[in-house]
Design a protein around this ligand. Structure first.
Ligand code: HEM
Length: 314
């Protein structure tokens, strides 16, 4: 009986596969058996859909708490996307302009999505429900987002993350420990009435400070600001992208976020004190924080007015 002919393309593929496995000392035939028995990949398995949808565990039965949880998770996933780009950029020996700028554009796109979608928080939950379920979540807070801080360490020299009041007295040569003591966010999440650190802040420092110290040290010579100065100094395309990143990360997202605090939380300082509330009104506004990743890329006037208006919209 005549044997059916094997398609030459298939023969060629088999030969290549055989060579691939032979290099590793592996037997192709066994792997083909594996292919025969394994199930087809499905969408739901590939993205772990069931696991993903099982990751919301509200602490109360208010329906809007799910929105609060899911939007935080969405934001953390976007932060993850941003960090993946930052890892790609900083792991290159010497990044090329096209690569650097394309990755930076991705980051800016992610941040723009985050800024635009914040209305899900500001207008998407019933205030009465929020005020109740938030009491079951204390002292947890988005303030404890480590990825948010990690993005900052990738973005700039750690000296640029020092609190505004300490900036003039912190030398450019200050070591990482001195600077970590004075990071701007270490004066956030403090009790308005007493000025003491909240448990929110204490727990965050305890869990992450060591990790932050290592990261800040590793990135001191290859954060985005250093890479710009080393490889792209004066390059207008890169300057525009970095300025956009600076604006999104330090003005536009913080303003979108702050709107939710203003919408939901007590605004009268006396009432805040009485309920053990934090200094968020003094801490959150970008015009008070004045964190600028790339100070040399802004004119004096723009820096003086930082946080009052957004300069870049592309
Ligand atoms: C109704 C929604 C929200 C309210 C009322 C709110 C409120 C606050 C407040 C008051 C603070 C200052 C820290 C404190 O005093 O406790 C804060 C910080 C913070 N929150 Fe939110 N937040 C909301 C949603 C979110 C979401 C969805 C995220 C996403 C991860 C987030 C991430 C952060 C971050 C990263 C900080 C630190 C900001 C900084 O250090 O400048 N927040 N939030």
């Amino acid at each position: 009986m005549e044997q059916p002919k094997v398609n030459p393309d298939l023969q060629d593929q088999l030969k290549k596969l055989q060579e691939k496995y032979a290099v590793m000392g592996q037997d192709l035939s066994s792997y083909l058996d594996g292919l025969l028995y394994s199930d087809y990949l499905t969408y739901w398995d590939y993205i772990h859909l069931d696991t993903l949808l099982s990751l919301q565990n509200p602490k109360t039965s208010f329906p809007d708490e799910q929105i609060f949880i899911i939007y935080h998770q969405i934001t953390e996933l976007y932060f993850r996307l941003i960090i993946l780009e930052l890892e790609q950029i900083t792991s290159k020996e010497s990044p090329e302009e096209k690569f650097f700028n394309e990755r930076l554009s991705r980051i800016n796109r992610y941040f723009r999505h985050l800024e635009n979608s914040f209305d899900i928080m500001v207008r998407g939950m019933e205030r009465e429900q929020f005020l109740k379920f938030r009491m079951s979540l204390l002292p947890a807070s988005g303030f404890q987002s480590a990825q948010y801080r990690i993005i900052e360490f990738y973005a700039t020299d750690y000296i640029n993350l020092v609190a505004e009041k300490d900036r003039s007295t912190t030398s450019d040569q200050a070591d990482v420990d001195q600077v970590l003591q004075r990071l701007y966010w270490r004066s956030g999440a403090t009790e308005l009435a007493t000025g003491k650190k909240t448990l929110t802040l204490q727990q965050f420092e305890k869990k992450y400070l060591d990790e932050f110290r290592k990261l800040a040290t590793t990135l001191s010579s290859k954060n985005l600001y250093q890479l710009y100065k080393k490889y792209f100094f004066g390059n207008q395309t890169i300057i525009n992208s970095l300025r956009e990143f600076d604006t999104l990360a330090n003005v536009l997202w913080p303003l979108a976020h702050m709107k939710s605090a203003a919408h939901y939380l007590e605004k009268d300082p006396e009432d805040i004190k009485a309920t053990g509330g934090t200094n968020w009104q003094k801490y959150l506004p970008p015009r008070f924080q004045r964190i600028i990743f790339y100070p040399e890329l802004w004119a004096e006037q723009e820096k003086a007015e930082w946080g009052k208006a957004a300069f870049i919209r592309s």
